[in-house]
Design a protein around this ligand. Structure first.
Ligand SMILES: Cc1ncc(C[n+]2csc(CCOP(=O)(O)OP(=O)(O)O)c2C)c(N)n1
Ligand SMILES: [Mg+2]
Length: 566
């Protein structure tokens, strides 16, 4: 006989069926029966201080593990706060399920307290949005949610849970655990890849997108090595190849190495394995002409609808990443004599691009940010996870840090500020044995800096490096380029970040000189390892140092000169 269970119990039991170990969220009275069922469940409910933090943590969990990140928020205000994480899961192709409390069916469509129609709100942002109105269908809806979030191109699903449905009793059996469904390349398509590759003279590989795992990365690395291919990684998917690998030639994202951009433009074959060929990865659709590139394009993506969306490749293949990696790793290598030397050439261009920029000496800067990155690289293990959000400070990580391999990078391709802290905390909670370092801007940090309380509560010993330049630097940079000298809306008056960290129960230090950073980092590492508590290092430096290649002053001068010419 099937025993009767409450809707809340059915939700939690379904999550257990699908292997959920962690939930991230902020509680609400709208889903009390779920909270009650969690009381006796082995699932860990990580509670946060703002739903934006919860949604980012769930998204980061999805990125890190490949399993859907689970987020629970209350109706109305909770759901609106969580939207940033859903958007990031969409743009980053990350499996995630957001559960939202909902007004009971007895009040629905009256604009009752905190009522929102989630189907309309999340309609274009999520892969599927549904509301479960009958308790006896909860297991079915949740199984469907896991299928949708993980199959094809991974992405976010939103399920609304009306109060009366959670309180109701139903006698229903559990489903089976979900099975993610992915397409595989056909034998003909595999042969075609080989043919195009065999005819190429200047091929370039671009890896990217969601749906990878460590094994798929290892197999694709084997394919790249066997065919001596130069390989870049798409914007913020920079960890699909260890950056020290001889065939890794750089990140194909914002602030791309101009030599790498030229190499991609001059390539006769671009083999894009997994990435959306989006605005950031194509330098505003300029590396490849849209819709018909000059290069022969082989585009492999987990979503059939993404293929041909912008670019009409010669060969467009719908495949999951493990599936294509398996096939390519088995493929007989082609004769690579024509391009073999290009790998070391491209690598040399990358190393030159990563060498110390002259700006610190030119500006006589007391704090050398390039040295800061080097110190982090030297002091931290190879599997260290680096997180960041949006901002110019992220350049120091993307351009100069050697990411150690699969899932050593957690960064939003959505370009969302506020991602660095929650993603790091989620990573440290889920994989406590790994070192996690946050790169945060002074603007970016305070968008979710409140989650430092979560880090302390759950003893997530992350190291936080705040790049304090006293401004929303990215926007100021664009301002100086387009409206030189007219600083507007970009200045920040900051708190003492180190003192603020200490108030939360973390360690906090301020560093203003290059030589002080490595010892401060050593203290932070010891603190996080011995106490399992976070440690923050605030870097105070002159905001004029806006990029490795240009100061704000020089940008302003150049823009004014250009205006005079016109
Ligand atoms: C949530 C969000 N709001 C606004 C923006 C627009 N934006 C992009 S970068 C940036 C400034 C970031 O400032 P900071 O974190 O201090 O880094 P900096 O550029 O100064 O290094 C802003 C406002 C964004 N990307 N995301
Ligand atoms: Mg800043």
């Amino acid at each position: 006989m099937i025993t009767s269970r409450s809707g809340g119990q059915l939700v939690v039991d379904a999550l257990q069926v699908h292997g959920v170990e962690f939930i991230f969220g902020v509680p609400g009275e709208s889903y009390l029966p779920v909270l009650d069922a969690l009381h006796d469940s082995p699932i860990r409910f990580i509670i946060n201080r703002q739903e934006g933090g919860s949604a980012f943590m769930a998204e980061a969990y999805g990125k890190l593990t490949g399993k859907p990140g689970i987020c629970f928020v209350t109706r109305g205000p909770g759901a609106t706060n969580a939207a940033i994480g859903v958007h990031t899961a969409q743009q980053d192709s990350t499996a995630m399920i957001l559960f939202v409390g909902q007004v009971g069916n007895d009040f629905v469509e009256r604009e009752a307290f905190q009522e929102i129609d989630y189907r309309r709100m999340y309609g274009t942002m999520a892969k599927w949005v549904a509301q479960i109105d009958r308790a006896d269908r909860i297991p079915e809806y949740i199984a469907h949610a896991f299928q949708v979030a993980t199959s094809g191109r991974p992405g976010p699903v939103v399920l609304a849970l009306p109060e009366d449905c959670l309180a109701a009793q139903a006698s229903v059996t559990d489903t089976r655990a979900y099975t993610a469904i992915q397409a595989s390349p056909s034998v003909t398509q595999t042969a075609q890849i080989r043919n195009y590759l065999a005819q190429a003279k200047r091929p370039v590989v671009i890896l990217g997108g969601g749906g990878w795992d460590a094994e798929a990365c290892a197999k694709i690395t084997h394919f790249i090595e066997a065919n001596h291919l130069p390989a870049g990684c798409a914007f913020r998917f920079q960890d699909l190849l260890p950056n020290t690998h001889p065939n890794y030639i750089g990140d194909v994202g914002i602030g791309i190495n101009p030599k790498l951009a030229q190499r991609i433009k001059d390539a006769d074959l671009v083999l894009a394995i997994g990435p959306r060929l989006g605005e950031m990865t194509t330098s505003g659709y300029s590396l490849l002409d849209a819709p018909v590139p000059k290069q022969t394009l082989i585009h492999i993506h987990s979503d059939a609808l993404e293929l041909g969306r912008v670019y009409q490749g010669e060969l467009m293949i719908n495949s999951g990443m493990p599936q294509i990696a398996e096939v390519l790793s088995q493929m007989e290598a082609v004769n690579s004599d024509a391009w073999r030397n290009s790998v070391s050439e491209a690598k040399a261009e990358l190393l030159a691009w990563q060498s110390e920029p002259a700006i610190f000496a030119q500006e006589q800067a007391p704090l050398n940010l390039w040295q800061v990155v080097r110190s982090i690289q030297q002091a931290c293990p190879a599997d260290t996870i680096i997180t960041n959000g949006a901002g110019n400070y992220a350049t120091w990580a993307h351009r100069y840090f050697q990411y150690g391999g699969f899932r050593t990078q957690l960064a939003p391709t959505s370009g969302a500020m506020g991602y660095s802290m929650p993603s790091a905390i989620a990573a440290k909670i889920v994989q406590p044995e790994r070192t996690v370092v946050v790169f945060a801007g002074d603007g970016e940090y305070l968008m979710n800096g409140q989650e430092l309380a979560t880090a302390v509560q759950y003893q997530a010993g992350v190291i936080i490096v705040v790049f304090n330049n006293g401004m929303y630097g990215t926007i100021r940079m664009h301002q100086e380029k387009e409206f030189p000298g007219r600083v507007s809306g970009t200045q920040l008056h900051n708190p003492d970040f180190a003192a603020l960290a200490r108030a939360f129960g973390a360690a906090g230090e301020i560093v203003e000189k290059t030589e002080d950073f490595a010892p401060a980092l050593a203290r932070a590492l010891a603190h996080t390892r011995e106490k399992n508590l976070p440690a923050l290092i605030e870097l105070r430096y002159d905001g004029n140092l806006i990029t490795p290649g240009a100061s704000l002053q020089s940008l302003r001068k150049q823009a004014l000169a250009n205006k005079q010419k016109v």
